[in-house]
Design a protein around this ligand. Structure first.
Ligand SMILES: NC(=O)c1ccc[n+]([C@@H]2O[C@H](COP(=O)([O-])OP(=O)(O)OC[C@H]3O[C@@H](n4cnc5c(N)ncnc54)[C@H](OP(=O)(O)O)[C@@H]3O)[C@@H](O)[C@H]2O)c1
Length: 335
């Protein structure tokens, strides 16, 4: 089968940063589905692993976690899916990735694709939807009745693009998204944010400008170290700070004490990595997202289609992600 992989950790400009390879086809056992991949999306985690985790000597590592495709075969313990089903999922970071024509994934972390979307539009969604859903409803504990204001830092990115919609559509929170450029600001408004502020300006002044002096919840999605002190200042007493990124250095927890602020980590790979007892919740939430898409309450976050799934197009997508200027999700389709 065709697959895109790497053998050495190299800067994305290097000719061998990603390679077009021919690899043996896997086969499904146990609870695994064998999926014929139709479209994938690229996430910052793909680029972080490519740069920081070199495969063992003579090995090739396949990246890519988001996928949309068709079930080709199922393992002997599979109960939820059958060959021919159209599925979308974000996979498991401990296993080979989805940048391959055929891919294995545990059925418990898979959802049925939204009926109203094509493969590319569906592939944009799973990893970021799981992250945003778990962060908002499970880690920050927001319910449909929660009142207050949510500040989303990096709202035009992959995670922000779906989190903004979930918060606006499914809660009573006032949703404030940050974006620094005219096109990303317009994108965040289009996703339903009540207010858009600029993360390149002092956040306290920006919040004053929109008449929201303090927020009850923060989702710090990127560059947390650059905004950390300002986020603590922006939070109301007993507020909640949610993190998903990889701060470059240690974060001092002591300033959280004065206002009894709580810190909440989200990692969407935790459930699959540790095979937690509630791992199948990710399949459940993907099916819920698909229903909300089909009901017209959420829309795809696809920002740009980079064309066929090959090393050359994937390198362009990795480069854009690494620039920090992605708007919505970057998707590739077909081999
Ligand atoms: N823990 C998890 O489970 C999990 C899951 C998914 C992602 N992540 C991590 O979360 C981070 C965000 O992921 P993503 O997919 O949303 O990234 P992304 O799509 O690459 O984010 C791009 C956005 O970041 C914004 N941005 C750039 N510089 C910024 C700054 N200094 N302050 C605030 N925003 C800035 C940009 O907005 P402007 O162009 O308007 O400046 C751009 O729209 C990454 O580190 C990723 O690895 C973690």
């Amino acid at each position: 089968m065709k697959a895109i992989a790497y053998r050495e950790s190299l800067p994305i400009e290097h000719a061998n940063a990603l390679l077009d390879l021919e690899l043996p086809e896997p086969s499904a056992t146990g609870r695994d589905l064998l999926v014929r991949v139709q479209a994938v999306s690229v996430n910052p985690v793909d680029t972080k692993i490519r740069r920081n985790s070199a495969p063992a000597a003579n090995q090739a590592k396949v990246l890519g976690w988001d996928a949309a495709g068709v079930v080709e075969a199922v393992g002997d313990q599979v109960t939820l899916f059958k060959p021919g089903d159209r599925v979308f999922y974000a996979g498991d970071i401990t296993r080979p990735g989805s940048n391959a024509e055929l891919h294995l994934v545990d059925e418990r972390i898979v959802g049925f694709m939204p009926a109203t979307l094509d493969f590319a539009s569906a592939a944009a969604l799973p990893l970021t939807s799981i992250t945003a859903w778990e962060l908002l409803f499970e880690r920050l504990g927001v319910t449909p009745d929660t009142e207050g204001a949510l500040l989303i830092v990096g709202a035009a990115g992959g995670v922000g693009s779906i989190l903004t919609q979930l918060a606006r559509q499914l809660t009573r929170l006032t949703v404030i998204g940050t974006a620094s450029r005219p096109n990303t600001q317009a994108w965040v408004r289009g996703l339903g944010a009540h207010h858009v502020i600029d993360h390149s300006l002092p956040l306290s002044e920006e919040l004053k400008r929109i008449g929201v002096p303090a927020v009850t919840h923060v989702a710090s999605l990127t560059q947390t170290e650059a905004h950390y002190e300002q986020l603590i200042a922006a939070l109301a007493p007993q507020g909640k700070l949610g993190l998903i990124d990889d701060p470059t250095g240690p974060l001092d927890m002591r300033p959280l004490k004065l206002k009894s602020l709580s810190l909440h980590w989200e990692l969407m790979f935790t459930r699959s990595m540790f095979e937690t007892a509630d791992m199948a919740q990710q399949g459940v939430l993907l099916n819920r997202v698909a229903q909300l898409i089909d009901a017209g309450q959420l829309r795809t976050t696809l920002g740009e289609n980079f064309g066929a799934i090959n090393a050359s197009n994937l390198k362009r997508a990795h480069a854009l992600i690494e620039s920090g200027k992605a708007q919505g999700k970057l998707v590739l389709e077909g081999f």
